[in-house]
Design a protein around this ligand. Sequence first.
Ligand SMILES: [Fe+2]
Length: 455
Amino acid sequence: MTSVFLRQPEFSALKPYWRVIEILGRWPEQLNGRLLRNGPALFRRGDVCKSHLLDGDGFAQCWTISRGNIDHKGAWIQTHKFSDEQHEQTFIYPGFSTGGRSSTSLILPDAFNTANTNLIAFNGQLLALWEAGSAHEICPTDLSTIGLKTWSEETAGAPFGAHPKFDREGNLCNIGISGNRLLVYVINPAGRLHKIRAHTVRPTAIVHDFLLTDHFIGVWLAPLELDRQCLADGSTLLEAMAWHDDRGSQLLLIDRKTLDIERTFQMGSELIFHFCNAWESTNELIIQYIRSHPDALQHQLEFADGLPQTELRSTTISLNNGKTTEERGPTCTEFPQIDQRFRGRTSTICFGLISSCSQPTAIYDGLFRHSSCDSQCQQWFAESGIELEEHVHVPMDDHAPEACGWLIGTGYDNKRGQSFCSVFDSEHISQGPLAIAYLDRPAPLCLHGEFLRDK
Ligand SMILES: [Fe+2]
C-alpha cells in the first residue's frame, strides 16, 4: 500500500486543521490567491481498508497565499455517503472497486457520490465534482458543504462531469454520461442552465474529460463498456468494466450552438482520461491529450506497483475525410495543463506530471514542459521520496505570452512526512521550485483543482 492511502487524516474532528510551518525559497510577490484542491481521502474505517484510489471520500483543501503568508484549510465534503457512514462509523455504500450493502445497480449515483475529483469556483461558490452524479456546492469561506447542486428539475441527480470548461463568454460547459445516455450542459455565467441536450450514444463506462473548441464540444467514447448484468449480479463497477479493443473509439463532435452531434469519427482504441487542448484550423481539428494504455487502467487508478503507460499525443484530424496524423510526446505523463487563456485555440506549450519510473512509492515525481513548436521537453525530477500532484498554470499577467508565469501545485514528502505546496517558474521548471511551503503533517492526496488569483 502506498503513501496515498496512508495519508488519510484523522477525521474524529470534522474540521481537520493543518499549519504551514516552513517556507523554503522565495514566494513570488505577484502570486496571491487561493489554490483549490480536491481528492480522495478516506480509505479506512475500523478494520476495513479500501485499496482503490477512486473509492476515497472527497476532501476539499484551500491554500491561501497573501503577500508571503500561506494558510491552509481542509474539510470533508459532506456527501450523503460520508454523512451516513460517519454516523454509523462504518462503510455502507459501494464504491468504484468495492461492494456495499447495496449494489450500485440498485441505488442512485448520488447515494454513493464521493465528490472526490475536482474543486472549481463558479458564480460565487465552489463546486466539488465527481462524474457519475451531481456536483456539490461548497462554501468558499470555510469549505463547508452546502448540498447537492441542482441545475434544473429534469437534471437533478444526473451525471455532471469532473472537468467542466469555461468558454470565452464565461459559460460553463460540461458533459455527463451514464451508459448510453450523454448529457451536454451549457450553464450561463449567472449559474442558470442555458442549454441541455441528451443524446443516445454508444455505451461507454468512463468519459472523464472532453474537448472544447470554438465550434465543437468533442466527446471521446473509448471501447470501455460496463456489463450491466455483471453489476446486477453483484460485481463492482471496476469488475464490470470490459475493454473491447476491436471496436475502436468514437470521437463525437457536438455543435456548440445546436448541441446536435454534427460528426462522428471512428478512431483507434485508445483510453484517454485527460485532454490538454483542442482547436480548429482550416478543415482540421487538432487534439492534444494523454493517451493511456488499457492495460494500465487498473495500475493507474489503483496506484499499484505498475507505472502508468501514458504518453502525451497530438492528433490532427482532417474534417474533410477523417484522416489523422499523430505526433508523440513524453511518456509516463499525466495531469496535463495549459495556459487556460489558450483553451480552444492554438497553443504550443503543455505542462504536466511525469514519472522517472524509479520511485517505488511515487507515481509522479517530476514536472514537464513540452513545446510542440520544436518538440523540446523540459523536465525536473524531485529527490527520492517526493510525490508530486497536479500543478496548474498561472499566467504572469493578462498580457503575458503563452505559458509565461508559474506552475503551482501540491505534493507529499515521504521522508519529512509532510505535504507541501510548491511553485515553479513555468518557463524554467528544470531549475526546480522557486518556493515550497510545508504543512506540519501529511494532508490527503489531491487530484484536481484550480488557482483563483486575487484581483
Ligand atoms: Fe481528471
